[in-house]
Design a protein around this ligand. Structure first.
Ligand code: G3H
Length: 256
């Protein structure tokens, strides 16, 4: 594995200031797992408060606009994310692709804008259940990777550690239905092959995370699987107890 496992909690549209103690507890405990890179992506409204306090974890956004500023009501630019203390952005999550009609081309533009502001990016890809049942999962995900990832010139110029892909089968998100380890391994291989097509050697350093119903019970097997560089965790990242159990599993997998 080219990097420490990367465990990222995506709070989605959850969290008010009442949840800051959970973030503090995660931050304090994360220092006990130096072999694991830990991050949280809260709603925009909590980024500044969490980033101002965090010592051991990274704080990121869940989206950004392609422009640095301008007449885009309700949007947040990558420069604003950076200014608020965020160090990365999750981009192209399937919920944004579905709820906001985001295309892979738009996700690519957002990723390039975010990298240009010094942020790391986690680009999300994943097939629907209908696509998997039709035997199209690999082709769909490869096409998403090809179209959503930042241009090779840009990726080659920056530290590969700043670019991650999250493979999140849509049918596994928030459903409790986790993908089989063998299917995750096969898809991560396909994604790695696509990344090396796109980026050459640089593509080998891009982390590939798995996301979709990761919890304390399944994390160890998933994180020990070949090619799995970490996890993007939704529901189980909302309490320190459940998220830290996953961080601990990542620590065990990293040392195995
Ligand atoms: O970004 C996180 C993923 O969508 C996974 O969410 P989940 O862990 O609640 O299934």
């Amino acid at each position: 594995m080219p990097h420490r496992p990367y465990i990222v909690g995506n709070w989605k549209m959850n969290g008010t200031r009442a949840m800051l103690p959970e973030a503090r507890a995660i931050d304090r405990a994360a220092g006990r797992y130096p072999a694991v890179q830990v991050a949280l992506a809260p709603p925009f409204t909590l980024i500044q408060a969490m980033a101002g306090e965090a010592q051991a974890i990274g704080i990121g956004g869940q989206d950004c606009h392609v422009a640095l500023k301008g007449a885009h009501t309700g949007d947040i630019s990558p420069a604003m994310l950076d200014d608020s203390g965020a160090s990365f952005a999750i981009l192209g999550h399937s919920e944004r692709r579905a709820d906001h009609g985001e295309t892979s081309e738009l996700v690519k533009a957002k990723a390039e804008a975010a990298l240009g502001c010094g942020l790391g990016v986690i680009v999300c890809v994943g097939e629907t259940l209908a696509q998997r049942d039709a035997g199209e999962a690999e082709a769909v995900v490869k096409a998403q990777v090809r179209a959503s990832m930042p241009a090779a010139e840009l990726a080659g110029e920056i530290a590969p550690g700043r670019i991650s892909v999250a493979y999140e089968p849509v049918w596994a998100i928030g459903t409790g239905r986790v993908a089989a380890v063998a299917d995750v391994v096969a898809m991560h291989r396909a994604i790695r092959a696509t990344l090396t097509e796109l980026y050459g050697e640089v593509g080998r350093g891009v982390r590939i995370l798995y996301g979709g119903s990761v919890n304390a019970d399944n994390a160890r097997d998933l994180l020990a699987a070949e090619g799995v560089g970490g996890a993007l965790v939704g529901g189980a990242s909302l309490t320190a107890e459940s998220f830290l159990a996953i961080v601990s599993a990542a620590g065990i997998a990293a040392e195995a």
